[in-house]
Design a protein around this ligand. Structure first.
Ligand code: ADP
Ligand code: MG
Ligand code: ZN
Length: 516
């Protein structure tokens, strides 16, 4: 079949061609806003005692409350409120002394009540901030992201569309709903508009999502797995001509589920909107959906006419009124937060910006720290986690912390090397053995017979053999050419399959040949 060579027709009605990123940034200034949903890791749901475990048979974790049977009444989960307050405190927010839940009314099949219990104008946390750092060619740059609010709400169920090719509703023959997720507690964290980032906007968005994820993880209130949906970001972007004061119309890219996609979604949206404005059109206020495969988003629902959710206070729930004492008790439970932890380990371990960044990117701070606590010097601990172990984690496609080796075991391997029982090469075999489930470091050393041969009996025999097998080299050493001893050491190492203590072998060789 011949390929068409004529230029494609003008895209009347279609999307104008996006403008290359660097180009767009010379003429437009972006504004960002992020709305992030975090699924809390509480044992039970937000308003009932149903369990929340992931992956159960559909519709087995439900009850009259989360299925909205008439006459059932919700009760607030105290642990969820605790999680919200602790996150608010960690984000430097004020905690509202009194606030109500609101009903957000809309119809959707995965929401049995036809309203979602959320918070509207009385969120539990307001007016905070989170500082994030972005690497630039001129060094790290810090941005303060203002947090408008953190509020509590409940998740919806999950709809599957069956029979179509794409899994979307279009083309499906029927749809089924699993209500296990309905009623799982969510926190929504909303930023104020983020301005002044210029070309760094995609990186600031990504750094914010990463920092928020690490902060939530350090609080232990959620497993924040973006790939499993326990953290998802809606990314709002607008652009305005450089030098103008008024923000542009924003779009909202929904449910972006990886850090990389957050960055790409901002970038591609700036390029798209620049194309729209350059073509003399206006940006439409709408939701969009990011496509992993193309790196671009497609248009979703228009938000030109604001949907009226008819919010009103939920009359079935008492207000949430945390006392000062409770808030202070919760403040006392805050762990060292990621930013403080980074600053501390940087100073304690004397790291450069790059070394710190590598450690953070590998998600290795806690692991290295635990290894140091178990007795290892920080430099050695860092090296083992960032080189050998990171390589194996990548190979096995798991996170570093998911490798079946503990920091205490890593510390033990490091001490076996420093006391001379293992060479670095043997240490790698011990790591391999531990990861393969052969036991702890000492067991692997024992079972695989890996310890360095340094006792003079075994080593002496190997030395004698090496001298006998290499008479020329031996003669040279006898004649004073000590460099020739290298060949003999090499022979000893080969005979002992790398397990000889090379230093001791050299000493023995020189002793024997000097005495001859
Ligand atoms: P909605 O209720 O439609 O989601 P919000 O007022 O909650 O609207 O705002 C959503 C997010 O968009 C917030 O993070 C806010 O800071 C951000 N935002 C508001 N205006 C703009 C804009 N012009 N450009 C980019 N982001 C914006
Ligand atoms: Mg919103
Ligand atoms: Zn329930």
């Amino acid at each position: 079949m011949a390929h068409a060579v004529t230029p494609s027709p003008a895209k009347s009605g279609g999307e104008p061609t996006p403008v290359a990123y660097e180009q767009a940034l010379t003429r437009y200034e972006p504004v960002l806003g992020l709305e992030t949903h975090i699924e809390l890791g509480t044992a039970s749901k937000m308003f009932c005692s149903c369990p929340t475990g992931f992956g159960a048979e559909p519709n087995t974790q439900v009850c009259p409350v989360c299925l909205a049977f008439p006459g059932s009444l919700p009760v607030v989960n105290e642990k969820a409120v605790e999680g919200a307050i602790r996150l608010g405190l960690a984000l430097n927010c004020s905690i509202a002394p009194w606030g109500r839940f609101a009903r957000k009314n809309y119809f959707y099949p995965d929401m049995p009540k036809n309203y979602q219990i959320s918070q509207y104008d009385e969120p539990i946390c307001v007016d905070g901030h989170l500082d994030v750092t972005v690497d630039t060619p001129d060094g790290p740059r810090e941005f303060r992201v203002e947090i408008e609010r953190v509020h509590m709400e409940e998740d919806t169920g999950k709809t599957s569309h069956v029979g179509g090719a794409t899994g979307r509703i279009h083309g499906a023959t029927y749809s089924i709903v699993d209500y296990n997720r309905a009623g799982i507690p969510l926190l929504e964290i909303v930023t104020r508009p983020i301005t002044g980032t210029g070309e760094l906007a995609p990186l600031v968005a990504r750094a914010y999502a990463a920092e928020l994820r690490d902060l939530v993880r350090s609080l232990g209130i959620s497993d924040v797995r973006m790939e499993e949906g326990s953290m998802r970001c809606d990314v709002n972007v607008s652009i305005q001509p450089v030098g103008t004061a008024e923000w542009g119309t924003r779009s909202e890219t929904k449910n972006v589920n990886s850090l990389r996609s957050v960055e790409r979604a901002v970038r591609s949206e700036i390029e798209r909107q620049a194309g729209v404005l350059d073509a003399g059109h206006r940006v439409v206020q709408e939701t969009r959906h990011f496509q992993e495969n193309t790196g671009r988003s497609i248009s979703g629902r228009s938000k030109e006419e604001a949907q009226d959710y008819r919010y009103f206070p939920d009359p079935d729930l008492v207000p949430v009124a945390p006392t000062e004492e409770w808030i202070e008790e919760l403040r006392a439970t805050l762990p060292e937060l990621p930013a403080a932890q980074r600053a501390r380990v940087k100073a304690e371990w004397d790291l450069s910006d790059t070394e710190l960044r590598d450690l953070v990117n590998a998600g290795a701070i806690e692991l290295v720290e635990a290894t140091v606590v178990a007795g290892a010097p920080s430099a050695e601990a860092r090296k083992l986690w960032l080189n050998e172990l990171s390589r194996r984690a990548t190979e096995q496609e798991v996170e570093l912390g998911a490798l079946p080796i503990t920091p205490a075991q890593v510390a033990r391997i490091i001490s076996l090397v420093s006391e001379g029982t293992l060479t670095n090469k043997l240490a790698r075999q011990v790591v391999e053995g531990v990861l393969a489930g052969e036991g702890g470091p000492d067991e692997v050393v024992e079972a695989r017979g890996l310890q360095v041969v340094s006792d003079d009996g075994a080593l002496g025999a190997a030395v004698d053999e090496a001298i006998a097998a290499n008479p020329d080299a031996a003669d040279k050493v006898r004649g004073g050419k000590l460099a020739a001893a290298g060949a003999l050491v090499g022979a000893v190492m080969k005979a002992t399959r790398g397990q000889a203590d090379a230093g001791r072998a050299r000493e023995l060789i020189l002793e024997r040949l000097a005495g001859a």
